[in-house]
Design a protein around this ligand. Structure first.
Ligand code: IMP
Length: 444
């Protein structure tokens, strides 16, 4: 069985949830490697809709084991709330949900710190999800953080003391209530008791499962352009959402990975602040937002929308070694007569096809577009590539040529059966026998 990374090639919200859900039947394990409850997707299960932020959607597949890797920052209260929802719906998680003992605890109080920082930044605010993700990773990097395995330690108070002192300062400046060290320790003990059945050495488990021949899908959260190192800094999240994060964030070696699939939306969206070269602040942007239902799953914020940016996505493909693409929300473009795609950035009269490091340069960049003809026909439900309108096929092929990667999955609606699967040697090799199970999930 293969080990596959699936990640977003833009600024998040590419539709990874549906793609991971589709691929689940071909894998034994789904592992998340970074981020926390800033991520989110809504998944349908029977008659119910779940908004999952921490637990991979693979949990809704009875055979699938789910791992929350060491690279994540986990708010225990958010985790319990998802667990309660799942249990209330009869989803059995026992024995197949694992949290890394090395994952960091995101204290719920970090949210107040996150919000205060954003207020201080004023117009330069990042536009975070206000979940406390940045403060959790800062404390991790400064070695003051508390990990899952520390929650049960005998010297918990001693471990918490430096963190508490730092937190007290931060909370005071945020004019938020400062809890006592004792009450913080009591919360930790309470969480530890409920978390205990799930906390494990997930790196060792993953390696043992792989040695038994099991396959894992490593699910990236957010998107490549929000990566702390490679994204549009400082308008990024605080973790490595790119492929390298899958190894550091789960404890498996790079040599274990067999391939990377990038999820690319047929246009672009972004939530929060930061440069967005192809943004449309007009009625076309509004059309994409409405038709694509571009409102955040985690915060409900309207997403900024614009054309496909092939400079940024080519950069993301190279960065992640993407050989395979899942192109999502193609149907959102169905009615348009013309579809511009960005193939270069004009910065101070120079055209570049490379991604500038400085956000200031991106802010000044003018998009250089190539305009492709729209197909103005419905694409929803096309199961075969040849069922798509000719101009829609041309759009897909254009993306493949520009990104130098094969589009294996084309999604034309939120439902499983609104998916076109394009087999080739690469996909057959990665999914193996699982391919027929994926095809069955699509065709019903
Ligand atoms: P943080 O991750 O909450 O610190 O937010 C940093 C930036 O990442 C902000 O622009 C957020 O809007 C963005 N962001 C974080 N998580 C997601 C996500 O799951 N989808 C899209 N954008 C996200």
């Amino acid at each position: 069985m293969s080990q596959l990374i699936v990640l977003g090639l833009q600024w998040g919200d590419e539709g990874k949830g549906k793609i991971v859900d589709l691929l689940c039947p071909a894998f034994d394990v789904v592992a998340r490697y970074q981020g926390g409850h800033n991520a989110g997707h809504t998944v349908r299960f029977g008659d119910r809709h779940f908004a999952l932020h921490l637990i991979p959607s693979g949990i809704l597949h009875e055979q699938t084991r789910c791992v929350l890797g060491n690279g994540m920052v986990i708010n225990p209260e958010a985790f319990f709330s998802e667990l309660d929802d799942l249990e209330a719906s009869g989803v059995e998680v026992e024995g197949r949900l694992f949290i890394s003992e090395r994952a960091h605890v995101l204290l719920p109080l970090y949210a107040a710190v996150d919000q205060a920082r954003e207020r201080q930044l004023g117009e330069q605010a990042i536009g975070t999800t206000s979940r406390g993700i940045g403060p959790a990773y800062e404390n991790r990097a400064s070695r003051a953080g508390i990990r899952m395995c520390d929650l049960r330690s005998d010297d918990l108070e001693a471990r918490l003391r430096p963190l508490h002192a730092r937190l007290a300062n931060e909370l005071r400046s945020a004019e938020a209530e400062v809890p006592s060290l004792e009450s913080l320790a009591a919360d930790c003990r309470e969480w530890a008791a409920r978390l205990e059945p799930y906390v494990a050495d997930t790196g060792a488990l993953l390696q043992a499962w792989m040695a038994e021949g099991k396959g894992a899908l490593f699910e990236g959260a957010q998107g490549a352009l929000l990566d702390l190192d490679h994204g549009t800094y400082p308008f990024v999240t605080s973790s490595n959402s790119t492929a390298g994060g899958a190894c550091t964030g789960t404890g498996i070696p790079p040599t274990a990975i067999d391939g990377v699939m990038g999820v690319l939306k047929a246009y672009t969206s972004r939530v929060g602040g930061g440069p967005f070269v192809t943004e449309l602040e007009d009625e076309t942007g509004e059309f994409l937002r409405r038709r694509g239902n571009e409102f955040g799953t985690t915060t409900g914020r309207p997403r900024r929308c614009g054309w496909l940016d092939l400079v940024a996505s080519r950069y993301a493909c190279r960065l992640n070694g993407v050989a395979s693409i899942a192109l999502t929300k193609l149907d959102v473009l169905d009615e348009l007569a013309e579809i511009p795609v960005c193939v270069g950035y004009r910065i101070d009269d120079q055209v570049t096809c490379e991604m500038p490091a400085r956000s200031e340069d991106l802010e000044r960049a003018e998009p250089v577009y190539e305009v492709l003809p729209g197909w103005q026909e419905e694409t929803a439900g096309a199961l075969e590539f040849d069922d798509l309108p000719e101009r829609a096929r041309r759009y897909v092929q254009y993306v493949e040529e520009r990104l130098d990667a094969a589009v294996h999955i084309i999604s034309t609606g939120p439902r499983r059966e609104e998916t076109c699967l394009r087999r080739d040697g690469w996909l057959d090799g990665i999914l193996g026998e699982g391919l027929s199970r994926v095809a069955t999930a699509i065709r019903g």
